[in-house]
Design a protein around this ligand. Structure first.
Ligand code: DX5
Ligand code: ZN
Length: 216
């Protein structure tokens, strides 16, 4: 069964920790935390202190899936690890020495993820598959919630899944952006094992039901 990682980007920012607890109560497997710097993406969200405060509210067991949409993320991985991230995902486009950054995340005792923008080929991963716990295929150009999924990325998800099987690895394949109850099955069939959803969860009339349907 796939996991769902609802995105707090669609939550009320003045009550973020409450939002995280609410999602867990409604069956969320992971909590997706979108960190944006206003440079790598044209939006600004929050930093390590928010992660630390969420961690305090949700307790040690919750899985905080931290998606860094920031330039040179290597500058901040230690701060996010200390704040309580369970997984730190960096963009391949944002870090020059990707393999070094992924290794540094694992050395901090945190799971390491690498994200690819829609236009980035999966071949960017050819020499780092052994260094990742998760590959995130962005299904929108990152920066904002509520955008429409770019269907061309589904082919990339399939290719990453093929590489995973060929190499006999068991990293997670995450999709993020425009995921909803209608397209979730297509994404899971393509190989996605973790589905991020912001608007499709927060705007749903029945949050628990939306979480169940997206997870499959
Ligand atoms: C986009 C973020 C996503 C976003 C998803 O830049 O990385 O995690 O919050 O939101 P929806 O599901 O509304 O597209
Ligand atoms: Zn995200």
């Amino acid at each position: 069964m796939a996991k769902i990682s609802p995105s707090l980007l669609s939550a009320d920012f003045s009550r973020m920790a409450e939002g995280a607890s609410f999602l867990i109560q409604h069956g969320a497997d992971w909590i997706h935390c979108d960190v944006m710097d206003g440079s790598f993406v044209p939006n600004i969200s929050f930093g390590p202190k928010m992660i630390a405060d969420i961690r305090k509210a949700v307790g040690p067991e919750a899985f905080l899936d931290v998606h860094l949409m920031i330039d040179q993320p290597e500058r901040y991985i230690e701060a996010f690890a200390k704040a309580g991230a369970s997984l730190i995902c960096v963009h391949a486009e944002a870090t020059t020495h990707l393999q070094r950054t992924l290794t540094a995340i694992r050395d901090l005792g945190v799971k390491a993820g690498v994200a690819l923008n829609p236009a980035t080929s999966e071949h960017a991963l050819d020499y780092v598959y052994g260094d990742v716990d998760l590959v995130l295929c962005m299904t929108v150009n990152p920066g904002f919630g509520g955008q429409k999924l770019i269907p061309a990325v589904i082919e990339k998800v399939k290719k990453v899944d093929e590489a995973k099987k060929k190499l006999g690895l068991d990293f997670e394949i995450e999709v993020d952006g425009g995921v909803n109850t209608e397209n979730a099955m297509l994404l899971r069939d393509a190989g996605a094992t973790v589905l991020v959803a912001g608007n499709a969860v927060f705007k749903a009339p029945d949050v628990g039901e939306a979480i169940r349907l997206i997870r499959g």
